[in-house]
Design a protein around this ligand. Structure first.
Ligand SMILES: Nc1ncnc2c1ncn2[C@@H]1O[C@H](COP(=O)(O)OP(=O)(O)OP(=O)(O)O)[C@@H](O)[C@H]1O
Length: 309
């Protein structure tokens, strides 16, 4: 659905994007992550046909963004990181305005707008003025605005920025629904855990370069980001910790009153072998569990740190 090849963008002599390539399949939720100034917004605005690349190509649904901008616009809903809302309008009027801009006839809009407001949990604000809405509500209204023409692709630039935890959860739930509807979603953030639960794949960009791309688990494996395995036993933590230190792929072992924490770089097959080994030592295992994968660890491992120039 999205195909980017050797895309570069210069602002004067400054290279904001350096030869990036990227493929996103239909129905994928793709998390675009990188520190401030890495080039996420630049990439997204090129995809949204609002900025021109210096070289390279970007296609949405098979249409090249510079050659067929109108075709691309029909297929995308774009939510920029800074958006203006028209303060003098009520939520419903705001959506009518955008719906009319896309040429949707009024009778169709009358049916569509209540459905959109329902989707973004704003039905009770239909007649409220836009400027009376909270930041989270405005963000959700903007998302509804992106959906008026039922686009296949959603390009969302930091949709959860500045939201409190509850508002973020609401945004996340809406995105899950959109994924179920078959939308292809590209969503940026510099806060990785924010994306953890909703993305299928990530691309990590730093200083205008794509430095890692793929399924979160694959990237973790490829970069050999160590897992932490937590093991509880019937009071044999100390002897277990002692034995584990000599096992392959174990880099460190900590033991405390909650159990044994093993920093481990083996793959799944090797991990299952480790469990078999522990049981063969006659240690009564109560639980053997991988600590939840942490996108933050991946991010710190692959970016060198610090904001881009
Ligand atoms: N119109 C412009 N003129 C000159 N430089 C620009 C322009 N727009 C962006 N840049 C520069 O290009 C680089 C990439 O910016 P971009 O906004 O794409 O980053 P980003 O990853 O979206 O960052 P953030 O998370 O802070 O939004 C930055 O160094 C920025 O200062």
């Amino acid at each position: 659905m999205i195909e980017i090849r050797n895309l570069s963008k210069k602002y004067g002599t400054f290279e904001a994007l350096k030869n990036i390539s990227l493929d996103i399949e239909k129905g994928t939720v793709f998390g675009f992550v990188g520190p401030n100034g890495a080039g996420k917004s630049t990439t997204m605005s090129i995809l949204a046909t609002l900025a021109l690349p210096t070289s390279g190509t970007a296609k949405v649904g098979g249409y090249e963004v510079t050659d067929y901008p109108k075709e691309v616009r029909k297929r995308i809903g774009y939510m920029p990181d800074f958006f203006g809302v028209y303060d003098q309008l009520k939520a419903t009027e705001y959506l009518h305005f955008y719906g009319a801009s896309y040429g949707i006839p009024r009778p169709d809009r009358e049916k569509l707008i209540p459905q959109l407001l329902d989707l973004v949990n704003l039905s009770n604000k239909a007649d409220s003025y836009v400027d009376s809405l909270s930041r989270g509500m405005k963000q959700r209204l903007c998302l509804a605005r992106c959906l008026v023409h039922d686009p296949d692709v959603l390009i969302l630039d930091e949709p959860a920025s500045g939201l409190d935890p509850r508002a973020r959860i609401e945004m996340r739930e809406i995105l899950k629904e959109l994924k179920l509807m078959g939308k292809t979603i590209i969503i940026s953030s510099h806060i990785l855990p924010e994306l953890a639960e909703m993305v299928d794949e990530i691309g990590v960009i730093e200083h205008g370069e794509m430095i890692a791309q793929g399924k979160v688990a694959d990237i973790q494996n490829r970069l050999r980001v160590k897992k932490v395995i937590h093991i509880r036993t019937l009071d044999q933590e100390n002897s277990l910790a002692e034995k584990l230190r000599d096992e392959p792929f174990v880099s460190s072992v900590l033991s405390d009153n909650t159990g044994v924490h093993v920093h481990y770089s083996g793959d799944d097959a090797q991990q299952s072998e480790l469990l078999r080994q522990v049981i063969s030592w006659g240690i009564p295992v109560v639980s053997f569990q991988e600590a939840q994968s942490n996108l933050e660890d991946v991010f710190l491992e692959i970016t060198k740190g610090g904001p881009s120039a």
